[in-house]
Design a protein around this ligand. Structure first.
Ligand SMILES: [Zn+2]
Length: 76
């Protein structure tokens, strides 16, 4: 598989941890969402991509995640 940006084949996968924040003032009180994807990094141009885990997709699409759903996702 080659890089979708520069077509280089010089890519490597890295385990990662990311904290995703909801944008905007109306979301300032929403807790951030931790995800632990494998990131594919192009070592030629830096273009990187990953797939968010399915269990976190519900939290990311939930307009009003609660502290309980946050705890279940991050602690369960
Ligand atoms: Zn590239």
């Amino acid at each position: 598989m080659s890089c979708r940006s520069c077509v280089s084949g010089n890519q490597a996968e890295f385990p990662a941890e990311m904290m995703l924040h909801f944008r905007g003032l109306k979301n300032v009180n929403k807790p951030p969402i931790w995800i632990f994807p494998t990131v594919l990094v192009c070592l030629a141009c830096g273009f990187s991509e990953f797939v968010a885990p399915k269990s976190e997709l519900a939290l990311l699409s939930d307009p009003t995640p609660t502290l309980e759903s946050f705890a279940q996702s991050n602690c369960g």
